[in-house]
Ligand binder design. Sequence first.
Ligand SMILES: [Mg+2]
Length: 134
Amino acid sequence: MNTEHVVHHRKKRILAVDDDGLVRRSLEILLREAGYDPTVASNGQEALGFLVQRHFDLLITDIRMPGMDGLQVIQAVRQYCHEMKKQPIPEIVLTAYNDEQVRQSAIRLGVREFLLKPFKVDEFLKVLDRNLSR
Ligand SMILES: [Mg+2]
């Protein structure tokens, strides 16, 4: 088998933000097992810190968190990418609350993916895949 292609293939980097440690751990394991390169952050500030250190292909964020909420994280990440002239990062909202107001705010912001916790793994991976292949 020719492994040269494997060597040059970079794993997709995913930044996942959630204040719940158990969710962070689960996402990290799930994403790694699915072949991605995950970085987890417990809040928006931490996520922005990672963002200046390395490139990410996808952002997954919780909504309800102390400090910045998920929509503020999304806006901050967009602003950063815009200022640094980087490609926008696809965004996925992952929340335990089916809050219509939050959903409407997310739609107004142009967030295309809104997933409820708990999610079905195969559905989740499908959403990741279609957002990474664009
Ligand atoms: Mg939360």
